[in-house]
Design a protein around this ligand. Structure first.
Ligand SMILES: Cc1cc2nc3c(=O)[nH]c(=O)nc-3n(C[C@H](O)[C@H](O)[C@H](O)COP(=O)(O)OP(=O)(O)OC[C@H]3O[C@@H](n4cnc5c(N)ncnc54)[C@H](O)[C@@H]3O)c2cc1C
Length: 396
């Protein structure tokens, strides 16, 4: 029996597991999914948990039951090391042998890049994982009782830029609702050369759209900003001012998970999402190494969205099934499609393909996108919990 091990139970790992099972029955292969966490979390809703409009329970479900339905084995174990020569995954509990391995372990926040990023190693706050978001939620409660200047943004080298805008817009909306916006100057600091670059070089009209939105909401901004330190009272920029801050949320640059990427790196892959040196190892999602769209004065890395992660995971499942059953591997240009929450409204953008020049590059705003974002979250969780994946190109 062929043994396939999948590391990670999020957009990449769960999609790869379910798509593989669609293609290869239980008589053809044994699939074991190992993940550090025992729940699937709909990460795009983490900013709503920080703001307090969602709980973690509402945006997550246990992996074990869903996977069991599809005859996929699950164990909550974190990979500690991979031995690609012996085809072994080592965890603290046991060693697992594989014929094929899929790495979908996401990111590690490289907090060492800027002193003070936090939240567990400095005074800053973050949205990058459930524990960090729960900390932000708690600290925000105190901040709202005793408001003051707020600084939101990203550190140099960040790739997950969109959520910093979402948080700034959501805070603006929340503070206006509470009639305390006048007590909270909001500043956005970003390594992007212009607002709405998103690590993609901008998409159609995103620059004008995001600049207008910031100006309309009186959120001041610093572009090509090099955040050099966060203290409990300020965010410091290398080339300029110390910006006074009572609550600082600066998203970090990301790195690969140490257990699978050894040093800092992400996993290198060829056009089939296959490791160039080990053809039975594939990777999907944030764990994959991707070069920036174009150089920028301050480094901005390539964003890997949930939708792109699923496109990669589907290609990986197809390609492993092709390796096993005989068939042609696929390599497909990725596209990016996102809805950005803006508090009382939202904006949709699409970049197809994700790297320019593009066939589709647009951004549009309106309340209907906020309803669409909320509806998509509910529908996605409902469907994923039942072990169903989405048709390519739907919804994201
Ligand atoms: C705040 C925020 C908002 C976002 N909003 C959007 C959005 O609106 N739209 C969008 O398209 N994208 C959004 N994204 C990006 C999206 O969430 C990611 O693209 C997606 O989560 C990547 O999925 P992944 O499977 O690659 O990794 P992750 O979601 O990071 O999951 C990693 C998985 O690996 C497991 N793991 C980690 N280490 C190990 C180990 N050593 N051994 C075994 N398992 C391990 C974890 O338990 C987890 O299951 C957002 C991201 C953030 C942080």
């Amino acid at each position: 029996m062929i043994r396939i091990i999948i590391l990670g139970g999020s957009f990449g790992g769960l999609t790869a597991a379910l798509e593989l099972r669609k293609r290869l029955g239980p008589d053809q292969c044994d699939i074991l999914l190992l993940a550090k966490d025992d729940r699937f979390v709909f990460i795009p809703s983490l900013p709503w948990v920080a703001i307090g409009t969602r709980t973690l329970e509402q945006i997550s479900f246990p992996l074990a039951k869903t996977l069991k339905r599809k005859t996929i084995r699950f164990s909550q174990q974190a990979a500690r090391q991979i031995d690609p020569e012996k085809r072994l995954v080592h965890t603290d509990q046991e060693d697992h042998h594989y014929d094929y391995l899929i790495i979908a372990t996401g990111h590690r926040s490289a907090n060492e890049a800027v002193p003070g990023l936090g939240p567990f190693d400095g005074p800053g706050h973050s949205l990058m994982s459930p524990p960090e978001v729960l900390e932000a939620r708690q600290s925000l409660k105190d901040f709202l009782l005793n408001p003051g200047p707020l600084v939101v943004g990203c550190a140099p080298g960040a790739s997950c830029i969109g959520p910093s805008y979402e948080f700034a817009f959501a805070m603006d909306h929340l503070l206006r609702q509470r009639k305390i916006r006048h007590r909270v100057p909001i500043t956005l600091v970003t390594p992007e050369p212009f607002p709405g670059h998103f690590g993609l070089g901008g998409v159609g009209n995103t620059r004008r759209f995001v600049e207008d939105a910031l100006e309309k909401r009186e959120i001041s901004y610093h572009t090509s900003a090099v955040v050099s330190r966060i203290t409990s009272t300020a965010v410091e920029l290398a080339d300029g001012p110390k910006i006074e801050s009572c609550f600082s949320l600066i998203l970090p640059p990301l790195a690969g998970v140490k257990a699978v990427a050894n040093a800092k790196g992400f996993i290198p892959v060829d056009e089939y999402y296959r490791h160039p040196a080990f053809p039975n190892i594939y990777a999907a999602g944030v764990a994959v190494a991707m070069v920036p769209v174009a150089p920028t004065p301050v480094p901005v890395n390539f964003p890997k969205t949930g939708g792109m992660t699923e496109q990669m995971a589907r290609a990986v499942a197809h390609n492993i099934a092709a390796d096993i059953q005989g068939g042609t591997r696929i390599s497909k240009d990725l596209f990016a499609e996102c809805i950005m929450d803006m508090g009382d409204t939202a904006a949709y953008f699409k970049a197809e393909p994700v790297r320019p020049p593009r066939n589709v590059a647009c951004m549009a705003g309106g309340k209907r996108w906020l309803w669409a974002k909320k509806a998509f979250e509910r529908y996605y969780l409902w469907k994923a919990r039942r072990g169903k994946t989405f048709a390519a190109g739907w919804g994201w």
